[in-house]
Design a protein around this ligand. Structure first.
Ligand code: FAD
Length: 382
């Protein structure tokens, strides 16, 4: 690539709608390559630390964020998850040691999404870029896909019309950018609800493992949020009565419930408008892939924009998105099944299979995020 062409590219104006983990990553990846993106968000600031949706940061994300220098900060702040356990009552049916995954990083670390966002904002500030909060993209339709025009509206009602060279919609599941493109969001909503509750304990607990307790039917998952906070997540509305707390509870910090949707947009770009993260795909939290997949979108898109190859974005990302949706769909079906025979077969077979190398390696490989293509711009082994 000629320097001149690279220089011209960097002067293109980029507007990123949404300063969640995906928009912030897109901004950081562009900024470290010499671009000066503008990033706006209709919220007041990053996600609250106590209301964390995403917790799991996988090994692929740590690879992707290494060039920006963020990985060391994440690893220093997050809890490494050393084991996944499947339990039935007091009995441990399977125990997968994630440290057996070969490679530079552990398969998955736990970090509250609000903390991940704060680390991204800090890294972006080092490039002189800050998200503009309380600024929403409002667009009915985007007529000119080559030079997309959108209106930005601030909290006081002031508006501004902008026409960036590149518009990235990282504005979450209800994306205004996706709607303005007239793109559908086909897929399905599962009948099952998920319920979650986060508890802070009076003193630190063992936060180095994640666990699923199989019930008949249903399950209760236990995930670390930090050294003294655990998340319990379940398909059962009355799940809190089934929790065996490891310590005295200091406070319940967050409760939530949500219905699972599996949806993705195709293509993920039209002209110079690109969709990334939850704006482009949503699925179940089983496998902890959503934010990681969105961060991966952002990194690929920034690289392609810097290379002047952004028209390849959708074709390169769609197979990865489909792969992750398929994998999380399978996992979600496994934990939401209701048929007693199927449940009995699962409870018998899943732990048995996980004792064997190939099944265990397959699970670790996908939890680590290694089942999507390796980023070609990173030349060291993961
Ligand atoms: C219970 C639960 C657990 C999860 N656990 C995990 C996990 O362990 N690991 C994982 O990888 N993923 C997980 N996820 C998924 C993860 O939270 C999402 O995939 C992730 O937040 C997507 O990031 P995003 O930046 O695309 O969107 P968001 O985080 O939704 O950010 C979008 C941003 O856009 C802004 N915005 C919206 N509309 C506009 C507008 N019109 N103009 C300007 N700004 C706008 C919003 O304010 C928001 O800040 C979980 C999800 C749930 C519900």
């Amino acid at each position: 690539m000629a320097d001149g062409a690279g220089g011209d590219r960097k002067s293109r104006s980029v507007l990123i709608a949404g300063a969640g983990p995906v928009g912030l990553t897109a901004a950081l990846e562009l900024a470290r390559r010499g671009f000066v993106p503008r990033i706006i968000d209709d919220g007041q600031g990053p996600a609250p630390l106590e209301e964390s949706r995403a917790l799991g940061i996988n090994a692929r994300t740590l690879t992707l964020l290494s060039p920006s220098g963020l990985t060391e900060r994440i690893v220093a702040t997050a809890q490494p998850i050393a084991h996944f356990r499947i339990r039935s009552g007091a009995k441990i049916l399977a125990d997968v040691d994630t440290r057996r995954l070969p490679g530079r990083f552990g398969a998955v670390h736990a970090l509250a999404q609000g903390m991940t966002e704060r680390l991204l904002i800090e890294a972006l500030a080092a490039h002189g870029i800050a998200p503009e909060w309380q600024t929403a993209v409002v667009a009915e339709t985007i007529a000119d896909l080559q030079k997309p025009e959108v209106t930005l509206r601030q909290a006081d009602g002031a508006t501004e019309t902008v026409r960036p060279d590149i518009l990235i919609g990282a504005d979450g599941a209800h994306s205004a950018v996706r709607k303005a493109l007239g793109a559908g969001f086909p897929g399905e909503a599962l009948e099952a609800y998920f319920y979650l509750a986060d508890f802070r304990y009076v003193r630190p607990v063992d936060a180095h493992f994640a666990e699923i307790t199989l019930c008949d039917p249903g399950m209760v998952g236990r995930l670390p949020v930090s050294a003294d906070v655990l998340r319990y997540i379940s398909t059962l509305e009355d799940f809190e009565s089934r929790i065996v707390h490891p310590e005295a509870v200091a406070e319940k910090t967050w409760v939530s419930q949500f219905r699972i949707n599996f949806r993705h947009v195709e293509p993920m770009a039209k002209g110079n408008v690109f969709l990334a993260g939850d704006a482009a795909h949503i699925h179940s939290p089983a496998g902890a892939r959503g934010m990681n997949l969105g961060i991966e979108d952002a990194c690929w898109l920034a690289w392609l924009i810097a290379e002047g190859r952004e028209e390849e974005y959708s074709a390169l990302r769609i197979p990865a998105v489909k792969q992750v949706l398929k994998q999380t769909y399978g996992l979600t079906r496994l934990i939401t099944m209701k048929n007693p025979l199927a449940i009995a077969a699962r409870n018998l077979l899943a732990p048995l299979l996980l004792r064997f190398g190939p099944a265990r390696r397959g699970l670790l490989h996908s939890v680590a995020g290694y089942d999507t293509p390796k980023p070609p711009w990173i030349d060291w082994a993961e």
